[in-house]
Design a protein around this ligand. Structure first.
Ligand SMILES: [Zn+2]
Length: 307
């Protein structure tokens, strides 16, 4: 999500996502935890259009990793059955690029917000409100995000991140738009702020918290979004969360180009690989992948008011 992203720097992902300078590492998990009897081989280009109506609630096709084949990839994933994508604006530059993509493709939507990594360079409240509300006049601008807290790095300081987060929660409260929340190593402070804005609804993207935290979020009206992390062998409590979340509150996402699901972990992610996430959720919940795809699409359409 950040143009300062260093392609060579891969460090342990720790289930956050979209962190500046970071991507998911190639994992060592075996195929043992990939349950469904569906085999895909190779990378982009090999997933057959066996599913339809896949909704990717969180993607970064504006990322530099797609510079060589952006349009081809967006068209390719559509041919694989992906019928909805929210491209996430998380810097001023990516908001613009996301809007451009949304205007080009009927099945691409976008969100606008400032990621916590922008807290030192974001400008003041009035400026942010003017920029965000300007974009939100576009009917394809569905949400405010990704916004939130990321304490994995020492900067920006937590106090600055919290101010930026709250400013954008205030804009969400004013505009009635849903929020897309990034929370990395900051569960306590994230919950504290979300509890303060009771009327605001949204989604915890690539959720990494506990079943108890998910339960409180559900009560607050939030959705829980599952990324490729749920397919990782070291996914800790995430399978438990995936089993417990009510069907009408779950979403799926790639966070591409990051967080490619097993068995593609460490490769560049794209929306066609969401079938692995759907398969894993289906296995965990005892339902079919088709059902997961249909339910998560309907949930996304409801949350984001897509008619
Ligand atoms: Zn993201």
């Amino acid at each position: 999500m950040d143009k300062t992203f260093s392609e060579e720097k891969t460090v342990s992902c720790d289930f956050g996502s979209c962190q500046t300078g970071q991507t998911a590492t190639a994992g060592t998990d075996s195929s043992a935890d990939f349950l469904p009897g569906r085999e895909f081989s190779g990378t982009a280009g090999d997933v057959q259009p066996e599913y339809h109506g896949i909704f990717d609630s969180h993607a970064h096709y504006d990322d530099a990793k797609f510079d060589g084949d952006r349009d081809g990839m967006i068209e390719y994933v559509h041919s694989c059955g992906v019928t909805g994508i929210v491209n996430i604006g998380c810097t001023y530059e990516s908001m613009k690029l996301s809007e451009t993509l949304a205007e080009k493709y009927p099945y691409v939507y976008f969100s606008v917000g400032l990621h916590p990594s922008e807290a030192d360079i974001c400008g003041g409240y009035e400026h942010i409100e003017r920029v965000l509300t300007g974009y939100l006049a576009n009917p394809k601008a569905l949400a405010i995000g990704e916004i939130g807290l990321d304490y994995h790095y020492e900067t920006p300081l937590p106090e600055k991140q919290k101010i930026l987060f709250e400013w954008q929660m205030q804009i969400a409260a004013k505009t009635g738009k849903p929020v897309i929340i990034h929370d990395r190593d900051a569960h306590g402070d994230t919950m504290e702020i979300l509890r303060k804005y009771k009327g605001v609804r949204g989604v915890l993207h690539s959720f990494s918290g506990s079943p108890e935290m998910a339960e409180e979020l559900i009560k607050l009206g939030y959705y829980i979004s599952f990324s490729g992390v749920v397919t990782f062998k070291n996914a800790k409590k995430l399978p438990e969360v995936a089993q417990a979340v009510p069907a009408d509150r779950m979403l799926i996402e790639t966070d591409c180009p990051y967080l490619a699901p097993h068995p593609k972990r460490g490769e560049r992610n794209d929306s066609s690989l969401l079938v692995y996430v759907a398969d894993k959720l289906a296995a965990l919940r005892g339902m079919s992948a088709d059902e997961v795809i249909r339910i998560t699409r309907e949930n996304a359409e409801k949350l984001f008011s897509i008619v």
